[in-house]
Design a protein around this ligand. Structure first.
Ligand SMILES: [Zn+2]
Length: 274
């Protein structure tokens, strides 16, 4: 594993990807599609419309104006403070898989010419789980945005709080929420885009605190998983439970927006509020 690390290409730059004719099979419909076609289609299957997971840095590339992203706190990484078994190994594996230091990327960029603070969670880093570094990075971003009167755009994907950090990860829920409140008290805008899945402690804190809450189609949005709820209630759950479409009907989401339209819509919202 250590030797393998030698060859990791860090994903520092947003631009500069090679074109590839390599084909992969869609996990949903099974059709073989070229990687470049999937990329051009915003990582949505052109055949069946299945939404693929998107790396945090790719998300920013899809939304930010060209060459406008400046990263904050890239050097912060988690430590195994509680000496939780196998956590160190899991962190190393997550770094290789995601090519990132942590489960969230934070910084500033322009979207439609408007300067915005942006955080983007990475599904390839322990499924965007929130440990103390994820919480700290997002808190610092909100504090920076408050100080500089900037809006915040969040893109959330998370299985919830990182259990390997116990109470330290749970306390991030209130820490980030308090920073969101201070940002809001100064009349600053916070838009959050929920992506599949946004669950657990992230859902129960900053993911649902936006002034405007957007979601991708079919994203799972909820707190506890459906199997846990079914077992606790001893009842079967309705079809589409915790999917964005049903959460929208319950009033927790303002709008569902397809991936190809996200940049345009977010630009408009930012311009309207600037
Ligand atoms: Zn497909």
């Amino acid at each position: 594993m250590k030797f393998k690390k030698f060859f990791i290409k860090t994903c520092n730059e947003l631009e500069g990807e090679k074109n590839t004719t390599r084909k992969i099979a869609c996990k949903k419909c099974g059709k073989k599609i070229s990687v470049s076609k999937i990329r051009k289609n915003y990582f949505v299957c052109p055949n069946c419309g299945n939404y693929y997971l998107v790396r945090a840095r790719r998300r920013i590339l899809m939304l930010a104006d060209k060459r406008s992203f400046i990263e904050h706190d890239r050097e912060l990484t988690s430590k195994n403070i509680l000496s939780f078994p196998e956590y160190d190994e899991k962190l190393e594996k997550a770094k290789i898989k995601s090519r990132e230091n942590e489960g969230v990327i934070c910084g500033t960029c322009l979207i439609g010419g408007v300067k915005v603070c942006i955080f983007s969670m990475d599904p390839y880093f322990m499924m965007g789980s929130m440990g103390s570094v994820v919480g700290e990075k997002i808190t610092r971003l909100f504090e920076y945005a408050t100080k500089n009167s900037l809006p915040v755009l969040g893109i959330t994907v998370s299985g919830g709080a990182r259990m390997q950090e116990g109470m330290l990860s749970l306390m991030q829920m209130s820490k980030v929420s308090a920073a969101v409140k201070r940002h809001s008290d100064k009349n600053n805008l916070y838009i959050n885009l929920l992506t599949n899945p946004t669950t657990g402690g992230v859902n129960a804190s900053f993911a649902m605190l936006g002034d405007i809450t957007l979601s991708e189609p079919h994203a799972r949005v909820g707190f506890a998983g459906p199997r846990v709820i079914e077992k606790t209630l001893n009842k079967s759950l309705p079809k589409g439970f915790q999917r964005a479409e049903s959460v929208l009907k319950c009033g927790f989401i303002d709008m569902i927006v397809e991936r190809k339209n996200q940049k345009e819509l977010i630009s408009k919202l930012l311009i309207m509020h600037s």
